[in-house]
Write a new protein. Structure first.
Length: 279
């Protein structure tokens, strides 16, 4: 059975998030390490960590930390990245297996390629030190100087990395559509998947973020909608995740704030896609 997870929001305690994931019978989940709306420092007590590792961590085969949005590895003016290193510290302590990062924006640059170079420098530095967690770059929705909305940016990154084999990718359907890749129709999907294979290689995709959006094609706005109720729709998303080249890749949904019942219903709907596909 395909591995299907959810992004769950941290409100107060990480154990609460893990408990919700267990109640939903998720094989893995993704979260931020900061409570919603918080800009304060991340801190877990020794008791928090011990309880999580003893009672919750064994229930999941993998755990994905989504890096904070203000981490900007493509910045040409900021090179220290203290927030990233703090989040990595806690991710490793809590035994997360993957760190998902938006590449960021080439802030202060004249051309986006300068942001690609800044990202490569940051990743090369990071990969010299980090061996315990997998680094995953996610495509984004924004245009202009944002790195990674145009999939060909990732091809440049791989060409320049010292260890390209150690960087993986996450492909977000809502981001791809909002940027301008028309994955709503079969021809557009096939072209997008062919582009992924040509630029980064399907084997490098560690995770699919299967999301819908109510924003228009090419809007460059990053706003998620409940699965199937947006511009992309159920049928297009179903065809995308069941595509033969993508079928073996774990997938995860990042809906807007939803109730437990809504999350459960969404999981059942996606599971039914796979059940019907076997019949």
């Amino acid at each position: 059975m395909r591995s299907i997870g959810l992004h769950l929001r941290l409100h107060k305690e990480l154990c609460d998030v893990a408990g919700r994931a267990m109640a939903l019978k998720l094989p893995f989940f993704q979260c931020f390490l900061r409570p919603m709306g918080s800009k304060g420092p991340i801190f877990f007590t020794r008791r928090d960590v011990a309880l999580f590792l003893r009672d919750y961590r064994p229930a999941f085969n993998e755990l994905y930390l989504h890096g904070s949005y203000w981490i900007n590895l493509a910045s040409i003016s900021r090179t220290k990245h203290h927030v990233l290193h703090k989040e990595l510290y806690w991710a490793k302590k809590l035994q997360f297996t993957h760190l998902i990062l938006h590449p960021g924006s080439a802030k202060g640059a004249l051309h986006r390629d300068e942001g690609v170079d800044a990202l490569v420098i940051a990743l090369n530095t990071l990969l010299k030190k980090e061996h315990d967690i997998k680094i995953v770059l996610e495509n984004t929705a924004h245009g202009n100087m944002s790195v990674g909305s145009d999939i060909t940016d990732f091809a440049q990154v791989l060409q320049k990395l010292d260890h390209p084999d150690r960087v993986l990718f996450c492909i977000d359907t809502a981001h791809a559509y909002a940027y301008g890749y028309n994955i709503r129709n079969p021809e557009g999907q096939d072209a997008f998947i062919a582009l992924l294979d040509k630029t980064i290689g399907i084997k490098r995709i560690a995770l699919l973020h299967v999301n819908d959006t109510h924003e228009q094609l090419g809007s460059c706005l990053d706003r998620h909608h409940m699965l199937g109720d947006g511009q992309i729709g159920h049928e297009a998303l179903k065809r995308f995740v069941l595509h033969p080249q993508l079928y073996a890749i774990p997938m995860l949904m990042e809906p807007p704030i939803a109730s437990f019942e809504q999350e459960h219903g969404m999981l059942n709907a996606v599971l039914s896609w796979h059940t019907q596909n076997k019949e």
